[in-house]
Design a protein around this ligand. Structure first.
Ligand code: SF4
Length: 458
């Protein structure tokens, strides 16, 4: 009963966050950087920040996350971190031999005001960046924004640093998958492959953070988009960006820089969002949707119709990131569930409006807040209980205290596996999502049934 002190009465809090529904910007930047092949992420700040970023990613993906740090001490805090970063670049390229180093800033280096592009110029002039090797950077001060912003900033930096404008556009599409799991990136690529589309995906953490156990340690796994491919993104016919917040800035930057038009869609979670994803791919590439994809859609629809009685008007509480929650809310409404409490820690003006429009007409009041915390979420639940909780691992405390079934989804998931290997995007991912929802609800029904009501067939 760890959160038993959460009061039911809600009082307005402006200066206090309790149990944040977010984490810090560099974690998102580090995750995006790992989606570049042969990349060593570099945290320009103190060792404490870097340890936190690495350990959070390592715990979520259950894979060793390689990164480096500028290792600030008191000296760097006073005089700036240029000397540390120059030394670090020299050491990294000499000892660890990555193709590229992706530097993200931290609260400390941002407060000092370190100018990373200027430090890169000095490193280049001093010969500390070897021929054929690359650097890029993103500003990720964590006192503004969250891990979501950090991911978006680093993904946009890939465009800013590498995309090259080409007069002649190839019959090829850029896909920016947004902050999804490596398994989801694999699934998005599989669907595009089924449609026979040529594409470049960036970032791409498939085969980086979901690799097989081979008995051998590899510093730079096989996966990730190469720098050559990133350069070619400027010569693609269009960009499909999944996730308004995580992929939108990179897609717009590519349009501005290289005149590659973009479509920005929701993450393809659930039947409607996947329909829009497949349809947009079809139109952009001028191809037909193959039967294999139509069959998967039909199977998802079959589960929805077969199990409708279990979904109908069940109340759900959601915690997560805006891109994921918008798609998930639409999915839940489409199967007649009632998402009634929705919280994200990332501040976003459009989020609340979008959720209200997705839930318009539901026979219940919907609470939604961006830039909010899990204490408020818990208070809403105390006042209006729900049948199911969906969110990251931290929601388990609320689930236990209130005795509500719980599905882990989002970031971070620190106490379960599966998310790296089994997708929740696309029609197949939708099927897996429904299986998880049904397992949670039906297990609860079994647990709470009297002996007379306990049924073999449900
Ligand atoms: S100091 Fe800033 S960058 Fe470092 S861990 Fe804390 S929030 Fe993240």
């Amino acid at each position: 009963m760890l959160l038993r002190h959460t009061p039911k009465e809600i009082t307005e809090r402006k200066a206090l966050t309790v149990n944040p529904a977010k984490t810090c910007q560099p974690i998102g930047a580090m995750y995006a950087s790992l989606g570049i092949h042969g990349c060593l992420p570099h945290s320009h700040g103190s060792q404490g920040c870097y340890s936190y970023h690495r350990s959070t990613l390592t715990r979520h993906y259950k894979e060793p996350v390689m990164a480096a740090t500028s290792s600030f001490t008191e000296g760097a805090s006073v005089f700036g971190g240029q000397a540390n970063l120059l030394q670090a670049l020299n050491n990294i390229f000499t000892i660890y031999e990555p193709d590229v180093v992706a530097v993200h800033t931290t609260c400390l280096s941002e407060t000092i005001g370190d100018d990373v592009p200027q430090i890169f110029s000095k490193a280049e002039a001093d010969g500390k960046i070897p021929e054929g090797k690359y650097v890029l950077h993103a500003n990720t001060p964590s006192y503004v924004g969250t891990h979501v912003t950090g991911f978006a900033n680093m993904t946009k930096a890939m465009v800013d640093y590498f995309a090259k404008s080409k007069e002649h556009k190839e019959n090829r599409i850029n896909i920016i998958p947004g902050w999804v799991e490596p398994s989801d990136m694999k699934e998005i690529k599989r669907i595009a492959g089924e449609l026979g589309i040529r594409f470049i995906m960036f970032p791409d953490t498939d085969n980086v953070l979901n690799g097989p156990q081979t008995g051998k340690f590899t510093m730079y796994p096989k996966g990730g988009v190469t720098i050559d491919k990133l350069m070619e993104t400027g010569g693609s016919r269009g960009t499909l960006a999944l996730g308004r917040l995580t992929s939108g800035p990179a897609a717009h930057a590519l349009d501005t820089k290289c005149k590659v038009p973009c479509e920005i869609l929701d993450l393809p979670i659930g039947i409607k969002a996947t329909d829009r994803f497949v349809d947009t791919l079809r139109k952009m590439a001028g191809v037909n949707v193959p039967d294999s994809i139509n069959i998967e859609r039909g199977q998802l629809l079959d589960i929805i119709t077969d199990m409708q009685a279990y979904f109908y008007h069940k109340k759900v509480g959601l915690v997560g990131d805006p891109d994921q929650l918008e798609a998930l809310t639409e999915f839940l409404v489409s199967i007649d569930m009632l998402p009634v409490h929705i919280v994200t820690g990332t501040k976003d003006k459009k989020f609340e409006k979008r959720i209200m429009s997705l839930t318009e007409g539901l026979p219940c009041k919907v609470n939604v807040k961006s830039g909010a915390d899990m204490m408020l979420f818990h208070q809403w639940i105390k006042n209006e209980p729900v049948d199911l909780l969906i969110g990251n691992t931290y929601v388990k405390y609320i689930s236990r205290d209130e005795d509500i079934p719980f599905i882990r989804f989002g970031f971070p998931i620190l106490d379960r596996i599966g998310h790296s290997y089994f997708p929740t995007v696309g029609y197949r991912g939708g099927m897996r999502f429904l299986e998880k929802i049904l397992d949670a609800l039906m297990d609860r029904q079994d647990r709470d049934s009297s002996e007379i009501e306990f049924d073999l067939v449900m």
